[in-house]
Design a protein around this ligand. Structure first.
Ligand code: ADP
Length: 153
């Protein structure tokens, strides 16, 4: 099992699509291990987008990402990092394939609804950035037990 970090971005909240975005991951079969709403700060954004801070468009991204709270989700599943990146589609939503979250729901490069960690290494860093250990839950074995038991328990 692998864990990855998803951020449901301000445009998803503004458009009333937060639940839709989350449900695409759930419907695929990924399990929610942690979830919280939070306001990003200049510091957390600079850490999160450290590969972009020198780009001319970074101030615009920072303003956008601070324009409302975001929803951070830790998702768990087999090859969760790759599976979630594929579900999101490429960065430029206009080029993202139909069937992906960005491809189906956005026409923007910046306002592309969702972030997903791009490697197992960055997933580990990003999950630790947004969640304390006791905010993450491994409940799947119990759930499976109840589902398998049906009405017998
Ligand atoms: P991804 O989110 O697909 O991993 P990046 O890490 O390259 O892509 O970029 C982070 C986010 O910054 C993107 O999701 C998008 O919101 C924004 N972004 C990236 N490139 C641009 C750009 N050229 N113009 C405006 N916003 C951009």
């Amino acid at each position: 099992m692998e864990r990855t970090l998803i951020l449901i971005k301000p445009d998803a909240l503004a458009r009333g699509l937060a639940g839709t975005v989350l449900s695409r991951f759930e419907a695929k079969g990924l399990k929610i291990a942690g979830l919280k709403m939070l306001a990003l700060t200049d510091g957390s954004l600079a850490d999160h987008y450290s590969h972009l801070v020198d780009k001319p468009f970074y101030p615009g991204i920072a303003e956008f990402m601070k324009s409302s709270p975001v929803i951070a989700v830790c998702l768990e599943g087999r090859e969760a990092v790759d599976v979630c990146r594929s579900l999101c589609g490429v960065t430029n939503a206009r080029k993202a394939a139909p069937g992906t979250i960005r491809g189906d729901l956005s026409v923007s490069m910046q306002c592309n609804l969702v972030h997903a960690s791009d490697s197992p290494e960055s997933a580990a860093q990003e999950v630790a950035r947004f969640f304390k250990k006791d905010e993450l839950f491994a409940y799947q074995p119990a759930l499976i037990k109840f589902l398998l038991a049906g009405d017998e328990m």
